[in-house]
Design a protein around this ligand. Sequence first.
Ligand code: IMP
Ligand code: MG
Length: 333
Amino acid sequence: MPCTVIVGAFWGDEGKGKIISYLALKDQLDFCVRTGSVNAAHTVWNEGKKYALHMIPAGFLYEKCRLLISAGANVHVGQFFKELELTQVDRSRVGIDQMASIIEEKHSEQDKASAVNKAIGTTNWGVGPAIEERVRRTAKLAKDIPELHAFLTDGIAEVNDGLDEGKKVLLEGTQGFMLSLFLSNGYPYVTGRDTGASAIASEAGVGPTRVDDVIIVYKSFITRVGGGPLPGEISKDEAIKRGWFETAAGTGRDRRSAPFDFDLAKKTAKINGATQAALTKLDCLFPKCNAVRRFEDLPVEAKAFIKDVEIRTNLPVTLIGTGPDALDIIDRR
Ligand code: IMP
Ligand code: MG
């Protein structure tokens, strides 16, 4: 704080939504800025209710937090209104940067019709085709959509003025570093944008020197949906046995899984310029950690795993997720 970037370390679904919702409540964030597009779902649990958010920033639980959708983002109008309804947030809290682009039904049709995208296993929301259109400079922007007029703002100015005033800003990355169009060695099994920390700041219109902290989010094991390599991948049966089997919050597809990869964690920490790490789902590796909220109460094997992560990545593990609720967290900051 005051300006923090949240970036996913692996192939997405590291639990960024949970970390963001916790930080919004705990640090009383002034701004939470969503980047990326509708393909990424952030899961937030609050008092037993689950929210899978594709558009509304995951900081919505803290009711004084201004919720912005960034200039670099890609807005799905129907999904946006659905989530306004779902979250019941006061509309005056929500701003969409006037320069954000629009993703339309035709983009989804184009995504589904592409043989290449089938092999990659895209989410079929049409994000790749929508971004193609933006690059061709024929895309619709948020300011072109009458239903969005009440929400339009200069999000870039809001955030930068907020930083000038010392406000607390969180820039919410989507997906994971290993899906980066530019920086992952997994091309073409990547998404249609750069998902790294610098790109998250860039999409929000925040210059690199204004960022104070980059929190990289690791899950205690690794998952991936769609095609492409996943080093150390285990079978679905084995994943079920270990309690690691998940389905995608957005598409409902099975997630593939693999054990935590220390070398990859180290590499992605460095490339994203991470200053701290969050480690989620520790209770899936060590069930005795479930809902523990004090570091001292963790079993020794869990503490040893955290120590290993810290030594190998050279980062302090400051936030540890021990259960689904936004507040199931050990905060060592
Ligand atoms: P696209 O982003 O829909 O074009 O899909 C490209 C690849 O990124 C596919 O392997 C998707 O499964 C993956 N992907 C896209 N968004 C997410 C996400 O939010 N979480 C995890 N994987 C994602
Ligand atoms: Mg997700």
